[in-house]
Design a protein around this ligand. Structure first.
Ligand SMILES: *Cc1c(COP(=O)(O)O)cnc(C)c1O
Length: 376
């Protein structure tokens, strides 16, 4: 699905010395590279505070801890996402409230959010799924109206922008009260191990969070709140700082590959290509963490098997709606309220998507998919 070796080969000359600097300095924890990367990412995103941490799941958890959410508070998020989002809500003994998604963008459905709001609701967690921003203007309006926090899960969309109603643009992760991201190797900005970060424009919240990531310490050995130990390694920061200047080019390469895929599948009666590639859309609208097709009248499992036989990796993100996962079932849920997710889990397939895809690979992948579907 990804070609991390190919990508590394091209940037080895910058990454290796950056790592070597950390080795030579022995500043393995909280070294200058971490600070340097933090500052560079703040500038890139146009956000006041970046707080690096150990991974994207921690980032979400810490964001929720920073907001002071309490057991029993309800947090609304999408039914169609990676489990980390709902996992941390449950782990903090908050009450996850899963809602359906939009059939075109695959992102959280704003009408469904509104219907799910109760007096106990405290926060909304939109996930910018597969690299496309959720409907943030509507979500922010709703949050304002009901006095709710917005926590953006930006793990799949770093570098993407959201275009507001007035035409202005903001990078995803810089819109809500707080945001989280992941630097897992396969993410759009990935390190060579685990990593994550929290973003916010709120000075007080940033201060609170900086203590939480470090055992709740604001002064050495004074533990004011219950915190965690969640740090970005200096070596990972060195990798990320070397890769950050390439992020826009990486996202552009993903988008170019997506355009070629979509061109090959254009107007096919059984295939719906992803949104976010309309002619007026700019390069940062959809950063294609995944390139995901929706199929109708195709035996998806047989297609997966066919691709595997041809040595083409593919993925089904995500095969089971979160509300049907054993850990997250809740008797209050009604299947009727999850029509879109219930359909997507059966009809989506994601094709290889990375920065190193060449025309020959894309042609082989698209013709293999089309051969199967046209003869199915
Ligand atoms: C990857 C991912 C996470 C978790 O990130 P980790 O760094 O693996 O903990 C959270 N949310 C979404 C939507 C993700 O894709």
């Amino acid at each position: 699905m990804v070609d991390l070796q190919g990508q590394y080969a091209k940037i080895k000359a910058v990454v290796d010395p950056s790592i070597q600097e950390v080795m030579d300095s022995a500043a393995y924890i909280n070294g200058p590279k971490v600070h340097q990367f933090q500052k560079n990412l703040e500038t890139y995103l146009g956000v006041k505070h970046v707080i690096p941490c150990a991974n994207g799941t921690d980032a979400l958890q810490i964001a929720m801890m920073g907001l002071g959410l309490k057991p029993g508070d309800e947090v609304i998020t999408a039914d169609f996402t990676f489990a980390a989002t709902v996992e941390v809500i449950a782990l903090l003994q908050l009450t996850p409230v899963l809602v359906d998604v939009d059939p075109v963008t695959f992102n959280i459905d704003v009408d469904a959010i509104e219907k799910a709001i109760t007096p106990k609701t405290k926060a909304i967690v939109p996930v910018h799924l597969f690299g496309l921003a959720a409907n943030m203007d509507a979500i922010m309006d709703l949050a304002k109206k009901h006095n709710l926090y917005v926590i953006e899960d930006n793990a799949q969309a770093i570098g993407a922008s959201y275009t507001h109603k007035d035409g202005s643009k903001t990078k995803t992760g810089a819109i809500g009260d707080v945001a989280s991201t992941s630097f897992f190797p396969s993410k759009n900005l990935g390190c060579y191990g685990d990593g994550g970060a929290i973003f916010t424009n709120n000075d007080d919240l940033a201060h609170t969070i900086r203590g939480i990531v470090n055992h709740g310490m604001y002064k050495r050995y004074h533990h004011d709140v219950v915190g965690v130990n969640s740090r970005l390694d200096s070596i990972q920061a060195a990798v990320l700082d070397a890769k950050l200047p390439h992020l826009d080019a990486y996202n552009k390469a993903r988008r170019e590959a997506a355009k070629k895929y979509s061109e090959a599948f254009k107007n096919h009666p059984k295939i719906t290509t992803p949104s976010g590639l309309e002619s007026h859309d700019e390069d940062d609208v959809h950063v294609f963490h995944q390139y995901t097709l929706k199929l109708e009248g195709v035996d998806r499992d047989a297609l997966v098997a066919h691709l595997q036989e041809n040595n083409i990796p593919c993925g089904v993100y995500y095969p089971i709606p979160l509300h049907n996962q054993k850990a997250y079932q809740d008797e209050r849920y009604n299947e009727e309220d999850f029509k879109v997710t219930n359909h997507l889990v059966k009809s989506v397939i994601s094709l290889p998507m990375h920065t190193e895809l060449d025309d020959e690979q894309i042609e082989f992948i698209t013709s293999t998919v089309l051969n199967f579907i046209n003869n199915d």
